[in-house]
Design a protein around this ligand. Structure first.
Ligand code: NAP
Length: 252
């Protein structure tokens, strides 16, 4: 059996890309459940501060950290800031993500790299920084934001699909590496969720996607936050290496 920790008074979470959309909903949900929250963002400071205020309304400590997770410097600075403020990191949600859509024949190397660097390498770097801390604590919950596109592929999103499929491989491998340390690693695969990211879709693409959702409607960021809170819970200790679809039945 894994060596157990002495539980702290407050659990602390780092959420990458917490300024908007799904990340913001996760920050709020975790705050509602009593977690102190470090809200990471890339450039939108005003949105990040709004998330912080929404978390603080639940009476928990929350603060924003600007850091580009696609770089090792950014990830290290993020975890240094979280440790300086909280002294521990119990939960990491690798949520930051970008798209640069296009058919493979027209996709530039730059657009491929941008998506892989942010979505996959960023998660790897944050996992590495968090795992060091969590191993010392003998406790941790890592949650990686994949996508239904990582399971099924999507024409026009080869870079994005590769990054999200890669996250599933990362999740399963790291779950095996860290299970004996009382650290779980799981992934969420959202379907179609209403955020700035999906606002960019054309009406035709939106209608086609909607027709493929058995639930008959688009999901909300809060639907995904519910799954993140489940994996983040202390009581989810025996669940690791899993991919949970939050997609209104799309992947069934
Ligand atoms: P969104 O509304 O576009 O928000 C993206 C977030 O990521 C923002 O907070 C942004 O920060 C942050 N970010 C982007 N690049 C970053 C970087 N290099 N370093 C740090 N933060 C960075 O996206 P969303 O729809 O909420 O998606 C969140 C996650 O869920 C993504 O991983 C996405 O792939 C995944 N997902 C979304 C859907 C969906 O239907 N929406 C479906 C499946 C999976 P700023 O605000 O500072 O720009």
């Amino acid at each position: 059996m894994a060596r157990t920790e002495t539980a702290p008074a407050v659990r602390c979470a780092v959420v990458t890309g917490g300024s908007r959309g799904i990340g913001r909903a996760i920050c709020e949900k975790l705050a509602q459940q009593g977690f102190a929250v470090c809200v990471n963002y890339a450039g939108n400071a005003a949105a990040a501060e709004e998330t912080v205020a929404q978390c603080a309304a639940y009476g928990v400590e929350a603060f924003a950290v600007q850091a580009d997770v696609s770089t090792a410097e950014g990830c290290n600075a993020l975890f240094e800031a979280a440790m300086a403020k909280f002294g521990r990191v119990d939960v990491l949600v690798n949520n930051a993500g970008v798209t640069r859509d296009g058919l493979v024949l027209r996709m530039s190397e730059e657009d491929f790299d941008k998506v892989l660097d942010t979505n996959l390498k960023g998660a790897f770097l944050c996992c590495k920084a968090a795992a060091k801390i969590m191993m010392r604590q003998r406790y941790g919950r890592i949650i990686n934001m994949s996508s239904i596109v990582g399971l099924r592929g999507n024409a026009g999103q080869a870079n994005y699909a590769a990054s999200k499929a890669g996250l599933i491989g990362l999740t399963k491998s790291l779950a095996k590496e860290l299970a004996s340390r009382n650290i779980t690693v799981n992934a969420i695969a959202p379907g179609f969720i209403a955020t700035d990211m999906t606002d960019a879709m054309t009406e035709a693409a939106r209608a086609a996607t909607l027709a493929s959702i058995p639930a008959g409607h688009i999901g909300k960021p809060e639907d995904v936050a519910q799954a993140a809170a489940f994996f983040a819970a202390e009581s989810s200790a025996y669940i690791t290496g899993q991919v949970l679809c939050v997609d209104g039945g799309m992947a069934v």
